[in-house]
Design a protein around this ligand. Structure first.
Ligand code: HSE
Length: 449
């Protein structure tokens, strides 16, 4: 950060960072390591004038210049010398109040806080537009992949029809390792935590909450519909077994925790769910902690974005890209050139969310039953009564005649989610069913290029 060493007379963009955790440290590292290069591109250097965290030890590690660090984040957003505030505290409060105060004081804001953005989207974008400051949030979805810039700038001319993606690196890592090592979920989760991938509360990852928060942000950007993450149909990966992953492979698919959102005639469908992805689909080969997003729009058609969706440097890269955008606006005297929501005029016809049960696809169902004559027909009979047509049924394993529990795997033709969940409830109520069934969606393949 060459600005730190420069005199006060030189022109710098004065920034402050709230939260010096993993991503805060990554941001500082990038600004230092690539400070000269960024200065060449921007024309002036960044100067880190304030940095706040409740833990002084974090600041000490970063060897900040004297006078930069404080434990008082409120003082930072009120400091008249600060032009851009970077919020990397995470969570709802105090992050929300600090961002609102920073914008109230005319400061541009950069954040990577998906939980906050998805819960308070309207409030934050409205305040940014009212105060005519920029609100950058590239780091909030898919880490280092410049997806937000792509949607708001590169694809601005196009009507996005569908977003399908892998946007939680922890789940993708867990599913990849479970498939490769044939080990159960709980064991691989511990490994993911040891590698520092999972959120502090791993439920946010493995229950699909983190992915739903990110999808809510994408739904607003792509379709102009503001959704609470809780409105998105969601199922995580805790019930996935190595058998499901092996079966998926055998059937010509890979199982992924997918997010999907599509808009058709004003009806928006959005879900986060384990899904079987045809092996030929570009998302099928995205493994480990990588994220990937497959967009379909009316002019480009399909386009694919792949990269590291988490981590100090990838997310720090997104934060610094937002800093550069804000700095360019400041330097050129532009006022709020990019509206926070991406749309200067918010459409009056924003569409509405389709009922969760109405979404249709083929499904994969695993039912664990007693190995007894007539059980298969009991299960398929329930599906039939719910109008669900079966494409194939596989029974694996054979008990020793002592009524051992065995899995039955069913692939259906297209059905609605409501039909499937109602049928599952009836299947699970059968006395021969030994534990709760597991459901995955099956997505179609892509058109040949
Ligand atoms: N826990 C998140 C993930 C981190 O695994 O993708 C980035 O949001």
């Amino acid at each position: 950060m060459s600005g730190e060493a420069k005199t006060m007379e030189s022109r710098t963009i004065k920034i402050a960072i709230l939260g010096l955790g993993n991503i805060g440290a990554g941001t500082v590292e990038i600004l230092r390591r690539n400070g000269g290069l960024i200065e060449q591109r921007l024309g002036v250097p960044f100067e880190l004038v304030r940095a706040a965290d409740l833990d002084p030890a974090r600041a000490k590690k970063l060897e900040l210049l004297p006078g930069v660090f404080t434990t008082d984040a409120k003082a930072v957003v009120e400091d008249p010398s600060v032009q851009v505030v970077v919020e990397l505290i995470g969570g709802i409060e105090p992050a929300r109040s600090l961002i609102l105060a920073a914008m109230e004081n005319g400061k541009h804001v950069v954040t990577a806080n998906k939980a906050l953005l998805s819960a308070h989207w309207e409030e934050l974008v409205t305040k940014a537009e009212e105060k005519r400051v920029s609100l950058g949030f590239e780091g909030s979805v898919a880490g280092g992949i410049p997806l937000i810039h792509t949607i708001r700038r590169g694809l601005v001319a196009n009507r996005i029809q569908r977003v399908t993606g892998i946007i939680n690196g922890t789940c993708n890592y867990i599913l990849t390792r479970m498939a490769r090592d044939r080990k159960p979920f709980a064991e691989i989760l511990l490994d993911a935590q040891a590698h520092g991938f999972a959120e502090a509360d791993p439920a946010l990852d493995v229950e699909g909450i983190d992915a739903a928060q990110k999808l809510a942000i994408l739904v607003d950007l792509c379709f102009g519909l503001s959704l609470a993450p809780g409105a998105i149909t969601r199922c995580g990966i805790t019930a996935v077994t190595p058998l499901d992953l092996a079966m998926a492979e055998e059937l010509g698919y890979r199982m992924k925790l997918l997010c999907s959102a599509a808009s058709e005639r004003g009806e928006v469908e959005a879900w986060v769910h384990p899904a079987l992805v045809p092996i030929s689909h570009p998302l099928a080969s995205v493994d480990g902690v990588f994220n990937a997003i497959y967009l379909e729009d009316d002019n480009v058609g399909p386009s694919l974005y792949l990269g590291r969706g988490a981590g100090a440097l990838p997310t720090g890269s997104a934060v610094v890209a937002d800093l550069v955008s804000a700095a360019r606006d400041i330097l050129s005297g532009a006022v709020s050139r990019m509206p926070a929501s991406g749309a200067r005029i918010r459409s009056q016809e924003r569409g509405h969310l389709r009922g969760a049960g109405d979404s249709r696809s083929e499904f994969y169902l695993r039912v664990t039953v007693l190995d007894r004559p007539g059980v298969l027909s009991a299960v398929t009979g329930v599906l039939g009564r719910h109008g669900i047509s079966i494409a194939s049924v596989i029974q694996r394993g054979r008990g020793d005649g002592q009524e051992e529990a065995v899995p039955i795997l069913v692939v259906t033709h297209e059905a609605s989610f409501a039909e499937m969940t109602a049928a599952m409830a009836d299947v699970d109520a059968l006395s021969v069913v030994k534990k709760g069934s597991f459901l995955a969606r099956i997505i179609p393949g892509t058109e040949d290029p």
